[in-house]
Ligand binder design. Sequence first.
Ligand SMILES: [Zn+2]
Length: 236
Amino acid sequence: MESLKSLEDLLELMDIDMKIDSLLDTRGSLPELDSYKDAHSDVERIGSAIGAAKDAAGSAAKGLSKTNGELDIAAVKAAEEQNRLYAGGLSARDADYLRREVDMLYGKVSKMEDEVLEYMEAAESAEAQLVALDEERTIAEALKTNLGDSIRTQWQTIDKELEVKEDRKRTTIDLVDPYLIEMYDELRASREGRVVGRLSDDTCGSCHLRLSAAEVSQAQKQDPPRCIHCRSILVS
Ligand SMILES: [Zn+2]
């Protein structure tokens, strides 16, 4: 009788373990986990884009300041040379030379003015990008936080259930003969699914295959009884 009780407890242990497996599976495959990973990548990606936009804004500001400085100097120089030309008193050759110099200097000034405009446009575009990216990051971070909260809440519920099952498992293991536990553990390690089944209507509760009368008696001759089809431990 004691051995039968042990087998009943082993069947219960199997049920508890199946439930634990299913809880662990649920825990590891919450749909929110994939979404959380996506949201995390989004936050990372946006963070890098913000870094790049900040770099672009920084180099545009630096270029703008440098070119503005050079532009001021070139403009002053051009104006000075032009005044010198307008003042007159130069030989035709010197005047011609100075005119070309003034043209060249104003050409330089005009080129720098274009560059300044380009830097200003680049700075403006980087700033606009930063505003948009900041908004994007706020949304992505909020989504990530919500998903994280949802995962945590579900995990807490699952973990509480797991704790209850683990407690019951410990109590149940104590009720089963150690040699059965050893066999059970080996079977569990070698394959998935049920390894203990109730023999009901000559049908194995693990593989659901029917055993003939001869097979039932063959199965029951073993200690513990084993299904001749799937080798599960049978509880009658
Ligand atoms: Zn079977």
